[in-house]
Design a protein around this ligand. Structure first.
Ligand code: ADP
Ligand code: MG
Length: 379
């Protein structure tokens, strides 16, 4: 893939580019905990965004998307966000670097990749992180990986208008082959956690739907969680995030039923991340799988960010012994489920799911087998 992106660059711009990549990510467990200052267990994957870049002697950023076959050009010294357009992710990062005092000169860029878009694998974060790293390398800015994570997240906030947590960009940049990242989203302390699933594979099943509720519900959940924290702080002043709240304390708060359910999910999900790490470190994949199912149940019934298609796919696997765990992954209302499936059963499961899903929803899901890979780097 990167060879064809390089060739396109040379055809369009007639010079040798620098090539970098940044991967998409999965999250094993710990959903909607990142913006609540909690724990997550993501990994970078073997699907990535590739950026070819070189300096030009204009004052323009000239960019070509291989996958969309579209070009876009902007004045490097003055550009507004272009919400809803792919170029906004690139300009958002340029803007963040400029605000931090880095000088970004004119550049030519060609980019593309194999991360399914809008499926919850964070193609947007991969694009932002690849661009941040590419600009840093090209212009010798020496930006640390942790800072690239930060600028990429801020670009998503300010230019794309999504108040995302830190997980997506962190996983894309910091990923390590065969490891997940156990990340404390409050302190950004993390450690690499070996992922040895033996004969089990990580199978993603893409519902091929994205319900329009996604963005508005996301911001609403954030506010509901804040309401819970505010109420808890009146009783226990040192509470910073939902993870500081025990279930006992939660029961003492006078909250609406909705806010109670949201908070209960986050409190339990944080604990599930810690429990999952214990299971994984003991090689107890069954124990881990149960936590994965519980995570889905909470997301569906308490946090209420699932949808019919996601619930259907998870429920479909429940009685199958070769599937240890299944849950929706990402923001919700569509995108993928993540499934831990015995390698001998992957093909059969896919065939069965296609048939059942087709019958129920009159469309086919997509499948991706993924593995934990190295984060952002040079090619
Ligand atoms: P995701 O869950 O994949 O991050 P988002 O909606 O946050 O979904 O981001 C998807 C957007 O990122 C696309 O609409 C597009 O603007 C941009 N994008 C992602 N991948 C590509 C690509 N390969 N080529 C062009 N734009 C891309
Ligand atoms: Mg995104």
């Amino acid at each position: 893939m990167h060879q064809s992106i390089k060739n396109t660059f040379i055809e369009l711009f007639n010079q040798e580019p620098l090539l970098v990549y940044s991967p998409g990510r999965i999250n094993l467990i710990g959903e909607h905990t990142d913006y609540n200052g909690g724990y997550v267990l993501p990994a970078a994957i073997d699907k990535k965004m590739v950026v070819a870049i070189a300096e030009n002697d204009t004052k323009k950023g000239r960019v070509y998307s291989v996958d969309l076959e579209e070009e876009y050009s902007f004045d490097i010294d003055s550009f507004p966000p272009k919400k809803g357009h792919w170029a906004t992710y690139i300009m958002g990062v340029v803007s963040q670097l400029q605000q931090a005092g880095y000088v970004v000169k004119g550049f030519d860029m060609v980019f593309g990749g194999d991360i399914p878009v809008g499926a919850g694998l964070s193609s947007s974060a991969a694009l932002e992180c690849a661009v941040g790293f590419a600009l840093s390398e090209l212009f010798g800015l020496g930006i640390s990986k942790r800072s690239i994570v930060h600028y990429a997240q801020k670009a998503e906030h300010t230019f794309a208008g999504v108040q995302c947590g830190i997980m997506d960009q962190f996983a894309s940049v910091m990923g390590k082959k065969d490891h997940a990242i156990r990340l404390d989203c409050r302190t950004l302390d993390f450690d690499y956690f070996p992922i040895d699933l033996g004969k089990y594979k990580i199978l993603l099943i893409d519902t091929q739907v994205k319900h329009s509720l996604a963005d508005s519900a996301y911001n609403k959940r954030r506010l509901e969680c804040e309401e819970g924290v505010n109420a808890a702080q009146k009783i226990q002043a040192d509470v910073q995030d939902l993870r500081d709240i025990s279930l006992d304390l939660l029961d003492q708060l006078s909250l609406s039923e909705t806010v109670y359910k949201r908070c209960r999910f986050v409190v339990e999900e944080n604990q599930r991340v810690l429990d999952s790490c214990e299971f994984l470190s003991k090689g107890d994949l069954d124990g881990f799988g149960k936590k994965v199912y519980q995570s889905h149940d909470g997301l569906s019934k308490l946090y209420e960010v699932s949808c019919e298609e996601l619930d259907f796919l998870v429920d479909f696997t429940r009685k199958i012994p070769e599937v240890l765990g299944s849950r929706m992954m990402g923001g919700g209302f569509g995108g993928c489920t993540i499934n831990i499936v015995h390698e001998d059963f992957v093909a059969q499961l896919q065939a069965e799911v296609v048939e059942a899903y087709q019958e129920k929803f009159n469309k086919s899901p997509k499948f991706f087998i993924v593995s934990p890979e190295q984060g952002t780097g040079l090619l």
